[in-house]
Design a protein around this ligand. Structure first.
Ligand code: IMP
Ligand code: MG
Length: 181
């Protein structure tokens, strides 16, 4: 229903490349840390291509958006990770870096907790929107300043399960709602 920005085939191809980059990247065995819920499809697919077990895989649930399409700026840990990051090389897996606030918060928190190294691998990057400069190790796609959805990304909890990245258009949602009414 939404215009496609990145189709499923292109996503899979790029995630495959990122997995091979991650496998070749220097450093100790990483603790993979998926930022819930948006990065789940990306993380799953990346792990599949990495061919690793789930021993060193953890999740953390952060919230910054509430139900809107504009970041609230306040980050909260909704559900903490289970593993101890102390002394670890932590590879954070994220769906999208927008203002950079979420990952700046998470990166600092992990370092405060004693992580030896924090790398950020994100499927999407919206560089035009950056407010806080956060170092990115892996980027799947740079995208323009438009609100996107699908492949984990949501609008108020909806559209996460689309297999592609689409451009959010409110008028399309309203049209659909009128049809259904
Ligand atoms: P940041 O803190 O502004 O970098 O925002 C990071 C979080 O905002 C991401 O992890 C997403 O959950 C959400 N986000 C940012 N841009 C979009 C978008 O275009 N679509 C859906 N979610 C987004
Ligand atoms: Mg996210």
């Amino acid at each position: 229903m939404f215009p496609i920005l990145i189709d499923s085939h292109t996503l899979q191809g790029r995630i495959h490349e990122m997995a091979s980059d991650l496998r070749k990247a220097p450093g100790e065995e990483p603790l993979l840390l998926c930022v819930l819920e948006g990065a789940l499809p990306f993380s799953r697919q990346l792990c599949r291509y990495l061919g690793r077990g789930v021993d060193d895989f953890d999740c953390i649930k952060l919230s910054s958006y509430g139900d809107g399409t504009v970041s609230s700026g306040t980050i909260e840990v909704v559900q903490d990770m289970a593993e101890d990051p102390r002394g670890r090389r932590v590879v954070v897996l994220e769906d999208i870096v927008d203002t950079g606030r979420t990952l700046d918060f998470l990166r600092r928190r992990l370092l405060d907790q004693g992580a030896e190294k924090v790398e950020i691998w994100t499927l999407l990057d919206k560089p035009d929107r950056r407010i806080v400069d956060v170092p990115l190790t892996g980027v799947g796609f740079e995208i323009p300043d438009q609100f996107v959805l699908g492949f984990g990304l949501d609008v108020a909890g909806l559209y996460r399960d689309l297999p592609y990245i689409g451009l959010y258009q409110e008028d399309l949602v309203q049209q659909q709602q009128r049809k259904e009414a």
